[in-house]
Design a protein around this ligand. Structure first.
Ligand SMILES: Cc1cc2nc3c(=O)[nH]c(=O)nc-3n(C[C@H](O)[C@H](O)[C@H](O)COP(=O)(O)OP(=O)(O)OC[C@H]3O[C@@H](n4cnc5c(N)ncnc54)[C@H](O)[C@@H]3O)c2cc1C
Length: 370
């Protein structure tokens, strides 16, 4: 039986960030992931500067061999409506490709990696977690994303009874003709909201790659809204006429909408497994990274006492950072009022810059994790 100090299930940004910090404190960490890396992840691939800061990413080194697209403006509006452009004097976000970003972070973490290995069995024996009858550890970290098996072990009803965001996207390398036909500028991602304000579509160019997608509350109507969104982009001449049609879907939970149990004796959840994405924008990479780092700090401070009451510092700090877990939903506002509000608000330059972009999408009011 192989042993380690901490076993992390899932090598996405949450798992690799946690592993990286635990390794810095000298712990023996193993990351188990069912995928072989580099692997892709359904995502638009937009990160805010707080992610760069928390991960101490050297952007120059990173960009030498990978896509790191600075974002200095946004084009926003309603689907089938008018649009506004908002410009900034410096980069306020970056575009990355998840196949590169996640692989880079995992390799950098210094953890032992067991890749291409699915968690098949999990049990607790004599105070140790035993995974796949092959690895034993006193501490288990569930970082397996929305359908994390460790979350299921802690009682989460994955995919049922949870108000998840569902989203579909496609990312592809454009050929020379498609590059010429694409009018989306790489430094200016485009965001277009659904009229009921329950979701939005994006069109995001990263070097030669184009990422198009749409996410909304609940599953209903997603395929139809996505098809309609792509028609809107095509009709406006924003994207080439011949984009591939193999969109990939995924679900995840917004902070405040999840009732998942985050910890128990010797085990805790981070990232999407814990349901932490920002409710206004659906940004999940920053909460994944921050929760991984916050969890690592609580683990180190616990000094090998991994009882629930000791690890409680982790959810307490998450709450202090992300606020109380009250679901923020606009369902109390009648549909026709939302539609009218959407048009008026998204037509306002002040509201778009100060509220939609600075507050909801860039979280400029929340300083990076120290
Ligand atoms: C369409 C879409 C677009 C998005 N766009 C953005 C965006 O632009 N910016 C942003 O910040 N957020 C975005 N998000 C959210 C973001 O992708 C997630 O919040 C983020 O990936 C969470 O990271 P994580 O490490 O918690 O989980 P993940 O990145 O999902 O990693 C989980 C890992 O666990 C592994 N795993 C799962 N099950 C098992 C198992 N049984 N055994 C072993 N390993 C397992 C998986 O292979 C995976 O590598 C988007 C989400 C979607 C669906």
């Amino acid at each position: 039986m192989e042993t380690c100090d901490a076993l992390i299930v899932g090598g996405g940004p949450a798992g690799s960030s946690c592993a990286w910090r635990l390794r810095q404190h000298g712990m023996a960490v193993t990351v188990l992931d069912k995928a072989s890396f580099p692997r892709d992840k359904v995502c638009a691939g937009w990160i805010t500067p707080a992610v760069v800061q928390a991960l101490q990413l050297d952007t120059e080194v990173y960009a030498r061999e990978r896509v790191l697209q600075p974002i200095t403006a946004f084009r926003t509006g309603l689907i089938h409506g008018r649009y506004l452009e908002t410009r900034y004097s410096a980069a306020v976000s970056f575009g990355i490709r998840r196949c590169e970003f996640d692989d880079y972070l995992l390799q950098r973490s210094g953890a032992r990696m067991l890749l291409g290995q699915t968690l098949k069995s999990l049990e607790k024996r004599d105070g140790l977690w035993i995974v796949n009858d092959a690895i034993a550890a006193p501490l288990l970290i569930g970082a397996g994303g929305h359908f994390c098996p460790v979350a299921r072990f802690l009682g989460a009803k994955l995919g049922a009874g949870e108000a998840a965001i569902t989203a579909k996207e496609i990312e592809f390398e454009m050929n020379p003709q498609q590059r010429a036909d694409c009018r989306v500028r790489a430094d200016t991602p485009e965001l277009y909201f659904c009229r009921d304000l329950k979701g939005y579509g994006w069109c995001f160019r990263k070097g030669d790659y184009l990422n198009i997608g749409l996410g909304r509350e609940g599953k209903q109507g997603l395929a139809q809204q996505l098809a309609d969104f792509c028609d809107f982009l095509r009709q406006g001449g924003r994207i080439p006429g011949d984009i591939p049609d193999k969109f990939h879907g995924h679900a995840y939970l917004l902070y405040g909408h999840s009732r998942r149990k985050l910890l128990d004796d010797g085990v805790l959840l981070v990232g999407d497994a814990a349901g932490l994405a920002y409710p206004e924008s659906g940004e999940g990479i920053r909460p994944a990274v921050e929760s991984g780092l916050i969890a690592a700090a609580a683990i180190v401070e616990a000094r090998e006492d991994y009882r629930r009451q000791t690890l409680q510092a982790y959810p307490d700090r998450l709450r202090a950072r992300f606020g109380p877990e009250t679901a923020r939903s606009g369902d109390s506002v009648p549909g026709f009022v939302r539609n009218m509000l959407a048009g008026a608000l998204l037509g306002s330059r002040w509201f778009t810059r100060r509220v939609v972009l600075d507050r909801w999408f860039l979280h400029a009011q929340q300083p990076g994790l120290q």
